[in-house]
Design a protein around this ligand. Structure first.
Ligand code: NAD
Length: 298
């Protein structure tokens, strides 16, 4: 029987440890860690993600500050907000909830975030450090995936790993992190030729294409580990209802694989947990707290 990589369960376990860590160290810091989340416009999915983040913060004892801006706000005003948050001593992490409306210069906004508060790890300083394999804030989804693999002692070193997707949010940083951990990584994308054949060689296949059910059992070899990053809300056969699915046709793939992530309950919860970890990491650095945070992760 194949192994379910249960991100929900692992994230709750890590959260419990984070909560204890905060309650012990709050006495020294004299304040809770603080996370600022900036949301622009009315994108529904973003609303759900921001809510989830707010709830997760409150579960572990992080104070969240939600800035929900209207989409008629000016770029300059968002820049000003980011600058203020950069200097705000109660804020350890700043997250710009993506996507934001197209009229904004997203890259500029991300690059304005102080790298030490860039809890999404998307700022070019943190990306550059990732390329150089230097310690820095790491992107949450890739870091969550690596912790999920570690939690089940799934070896990365020496393994053939195929990543589908080369986005700045997932595919690229994930491929670099796996490379830094000595995996033999092939990064693929929408222009890759013979994707199916490449995927079949993978010991670990990670799918972040944003295409529902792109990968079926013909893409995987027997005994592989498959990680499904995609998340889509589709209409179900009962037309009033919707259901969530990933980029992988799971029911087809599960009988063939050694381990898999479910959707929902796989990568998603781990992404949120890594956001909490990054915020606490920044808080810990600001107050010179004992650096046992890594001991709390798998
Ligand atoms: P994106 O659209 O920015 O990038 C998709 C990448 O996949 C691109 O590099 C593209 O070249 C590649 N691609 C697209 N179609 C392909 C195909 N047919 N064959 C091969 N490659 C193809 O998306 P993203 O931001 O990287 O997100 C990917 C998916 O992951 C989305 O479904 C998103 O909702 C989901 N996501 C989930 C989490 C989570 O926490 N669970 C976090 C981030 C993103």
């Amino acid at each position: 029987m194949s192994l379910k990589l249960d991100g929900k369960k692992l994230s709750l376990e890590i959260e419990e440890r984070l909560k204890n860590y905060i309650s012990i160290h709050k006495k020294i810091a004299k304040r809770a860690p603080g996370l600022a989340v900036i949301r622009i416009g009315e994108d529904q999915a973003s609303g759900v993600y921001v809510n989830n983040k707010e709830k997760a913060c409150s579960r572990v004892g992080i104070k969240s500050f939600i800035f929900h801006l209207k989409d008629n706000v000016e770029q300059k005003e968002v820049e000003k907000l980011i600058n203020n948050l950069n200097f705000d001593r109660d804020i350890d992490g700043i997250l710009l909830q993506l996507p934001i409306p197209k009229k904004f210069d997203e890259e500029r906004l991300i690059s304005l975030i102080n790298p030490s508060k860039d809890v999404d790890g998307l700022n070019e300083i943190n990306m550059g450090k990732l390329v150089k394999n230097e310690p820095a804030m790491r992107s949450c989804t890739p870091a969550g995936i690596i912790n999920l693999l570690r939690s089940q002692n799934i070896t990365i070193e020496g393994k053939k790993i195929v990543v589908i997707g080369r986005s700045l949010l997932v595919g690229k940083p994930l491929s670099l992190m796996l490379l830094n951990l000595n995996g033999t990584v092939t990064m693929t994308h929408s222009k890759t030729i013979n994707l199916n054949k490449l995927c079949k060689e993978a010991d670990i296949l990670i799918v972040a294409a944003g295409k529902p059910n792109l990968v079926d059992s013909s893409f995987v070899k027997e005994g592989t580990v498959i990680i499904d990053v995609g998340i889509h809300r589709l209409k179900s056969s009962d037309k009033d209802k919707t259901r969530l699915c990933g980029d992988v046709l799971l029911e087809d793939v599960i009988p063939k694989v050694f381990a898999y992530t479910p959707v929902p309950g796989g990568v998603g919860p781990m992404t949120v947990t890594m956001l909490l970890v990054n915020t606490i990491f920044s808080w810990q650095k600001q107050f010179g707290l004992s650096s046992s945070l890594n001991d709390l992760l798998p």
